[in-house]
Design a protein around this ligand. Structure first.
Ligand SMILES: Cc1cc2nc3c(=O)[nH]c(=O)nc-3n(C[C@H](O)[C@H](O)[C@H](O)COP(=O)(O)O)c2cc1C
Length: 311
């Protein structure tokens, strides 16, 4: 069934500040996206999908992308290095999403070798080719998720050139491709991007709380903030919860089991959510559980999970 999705540019037009759940390989799948949308997230992203594999493989299409009416607004993120590959993959999902994003930030070695992800930060022409092709072939907004360069002049050139070929908005992770996630975010780089273009700009990097979001808005003037690790730990922080509320854990269990889930992803999500709310001894036991029934048993016994609510 076709679920018409909201064009994400409308979300920017309607909200002065837009809260976004980042693309996360393995994690930002349908149940998690639906979960965070209940807690004041305005847009969520799919994990990065490799465009040429997606367009060529039925198996990849089945496993990499699923959606429904509640998964809205949603942006699909692709990794690609040329317009035709990207557009062919994007055309397959465009009717089910509100935006198409190009990953220009994945720093992993294999990705850089494939000339995708962070490699694209030094190949602005490939990025322009992809934006142009998507814009020519479909109406769905096209965005890019970038990192900053060591030399911010390059970042300025990069975003100006993307804007010139019609990029609809962009997300900037305020770290270079060589920097670890533990290193501080470059607020100045994010601000420079915001001040250089007239399309909406989203800031990403170490947003773990509403206070972090506020600091980002104050220091950079961006239109939205995107969180990855913060939402993994506490999917409800944008709704004002300092720690993952139990009700959120219960919602996740219900969504994940309802849609069917992989044991490891399910377990990891719960480990992240419990990180700050379980005592060390319990966490040790919880982390060793090795089946979904064992996890459910634990939650029933120690946290009062109401199994009847799961049906
Ligand atoms: C588990 C995990 C998976 C990620 N997968 C992706 C991805 O598929 N695409 C992407 O652009 N970035 C990906 N990232 C990077 C995040 O989207 C984000 O840019 C980075 O974690 C910085 O944000 P944070 O400080 O809020 O975690 C991933 C990060 C994590 C922790």
């Amino acid at each position: 069934m076709l679920h018409k999705k909201k064009n994400v540019l409308e979300v920017f037009a309607e909200n002065e500040r837009v809260n976004i759940c980042a693309p996360m390989v393995r994690y930002s799948k349908l149940p998690f996206r639906e979960l965070v949308l209940k807690y004041n997230v305005n847009i969520s992203y799919t994990p990065m999908i490799i465009a040429d594999v997606f367009k060529n493989s039925e198996f990849a299409r089945e496993s990499d992308f699923s959606t429904n009416a509640n998964d809205n607004p949603v942006v699909v993120q692709f990794a690609a290095n040329n317009g035709p590959d990207l557009a062919a993959a994007a055309e397959l999902v465009a009717p089910y999403v509100g935006g198409i994003d190009i990953n220009c930030g994945c720093p992993q070695k294999w990705a850089v070798q494939e000339r995708i992800g962070a490699h694209l930060m030094s190949d602005p022409e490939a990025v322009r080719d992809m934006i142009r092709t998507v814009k020519a072939r479909m109406d769905t907004p096209c965005s890019i998720k970038i990192r900053v360069h060591q030399d911010l002049k390059e970042t300025y050139e990069f975003v100006k050139r993307a804007e010139a070929v019609g990029v609809d908005f962009l997300t900037v992770h305020g770290r270079t491709r060589k920097q670890k996630s533990t290193e501080p975010v470059n607020f100045e780089g994010v601000k420079l991007v915001k001040e250089s273009v007239s399309v909406p700009v989203v800031a990403n990097g170490s947003i773990f709380s509403l206070a972090d979001a506020e600091e980002m808005y104050e220091k950079t003037g961006v239109d939205g903030v995107m969180s990855a690790r913060g939402l993994l730990k506490n999917p409800a922080f944008f709704a004002g919860h300092d720690y993952t509320p139990w009700e959120c854990v219960e919602n996740y269990v219900k969504l994940a089991l309802g849609y069917g889930t992989n044991l490891h992803i399910f377990h990891h999500h719960l480990m992240y959510m419990f990180e700050d709310i379980m005592c060390n001894a319990e966490r040790k036991t919880f982390n060793t559980l090795s089946s979904i029934p064992a996890i459910i048993d634990h939650l029933e016994t120690h946290w009062g999970l109401d199994v009847s609510k799961l049906i």
